[in-house]
Design a protein around this ligand. Structure first.
Ligand code: NAP
Length: 287
């Protein structure tokens, strides 16, 4: 039986895919992170794919340090684009499908209605640029792939906004959080479920609809609203003050608006997406 290979398994999304895959006893998964398979290493990718019978690859591996990328572009490009070429070339040679994860940061954030998959890309930071290059490289080599763009990813694992707020909320007298960047938080558990639906439809029914898709939870909020809901659910009483982004200058510019239109994935894959507040509640249950 052909196997499902997951790369970058020790990250936020990879861990949730690994947890949820335990419910799918009919399918064999191979979970790797950089120690088992460094996707930057072309030779390792070739050897790994020669030695394992792979039917589908879910690429969760990425260079995700957004601000660090401004000073470390070449390394970020290596993982977010050059390594994706290694995977794409292997997929052609060994005839397997790829689900690759990308980001809302491929857009400039100047829109005021949700971004659809055909909206013009125009990243405003180098991380977004490397991810966009990765998307293009993948589709150039193997356009029978699926790219899933997501936004504001968090989970009970790893470092993310939720974890930072819980920590600062307990340590601080008050907190300032920006309210002029809007988007949609995405619980990694809900994204992992959607990925496994796509995966199952292919493995069990041979249904595969290649192309770019958007997935986040439903609804819209600012980082301030997200922090407010986190404190509400966790019972933290620390006051939160809404501030403008210019009070928190960051090395990398963030898009002001990055809400994704999810109608394509809902229609084609019949996926029901939870509101971001429901995703957050689910995450709290797993914390
Ligand atoms: N986090 C977000 O807010 C967000 C938003 C939109 C889209 N995304 C995208 O969603 C995907 C998953 O993100 P995430 O938050 O789960 O990322 P993450 O937590 O940073 O996990 C990425 C994993 O990939 C590993 N990795 C890095 N370089 C590798 C290499 N050369 N070979 C193999 N593994 C490597 C990392 O290891 P190390 O930790 O040792 O580097 C880490 O375990 C990424 O494609 C990301 O671009 C994320």
């Amino acid at each position: 039986m052909k196997k499902v290979l997951v790369t970058g398994t020790d990250g936020q999304l990879g861990i949730k895919i690994k947890e949820l895959s335990k419910k799918i006893s009919s399918q064999e998964f191979i979970f790797t992170d950089i120690d088992e398979l460094d996707i930057n290493n072309e030779k390792s990718v070739k050897t790994f794919c020669n030695n394992n019978s792979i039917g589908l690859l879910i690429n969760c591996a990425a260079y995700t340090a957004v601000d660090k990328t401004e000073d470390d572009y070449d390394n970020a490009l290596k993982t977010n684009c050059e390594a994706v070429k290694n995977l794409a070339n292997a997929s052609i040679e060994h005839h397997f499908k790829i689900i690759h994860i990308s980001t809302d940061y491929v857009f400039d954030g100047n829109a005021n209605t949700p971004y659809s998959e055909i909206h013009q890309t125009n990243p405003v930071n180098l991380y977004g640029k490397t991810k966009l290059e990765g998307e293009k490289a993948l589709m150039k080599i193997n356009n029978d792939s699926i790219i899933l763009r997501t936004s504001w990813l968090y989970s009970e694992h790893g470092n993310n906004f939720l974890k930072t707020m819980l920590k600062l909320g307990k340590e601080s007298k008050f907190l300032k959080v920006v309210f002029d960047q809007t988007g949609t938080p995405t619980y990694a558990g809900n994204l992992a479920e959607a990925i496994l639906i796509i995966c199952n439809q292919y493995l069990e029914k041979n249904l595969w609809h290649s192309g770019i898709y958007h997935f986040s939870n439903q609804g819209v909020c600012s980082w301030f609203d997200f922090a407010h809901e986190i404190f509400k659910l966790s019972g933290i009483k620390t006051p939160i003050i809404p501030v403008l982004s210019n009070e928190f200058p960051t090395k990398a510019t963030r898009p002001k608006y990055s809400v994704l239109d999810k109608s394509k994935i809902c229609n084609i894959y019949n996926i029901k997406i939870k509101h971001w507040t429901e995703g957050l509640k689910e995450c709290f249950e797993n914390l």
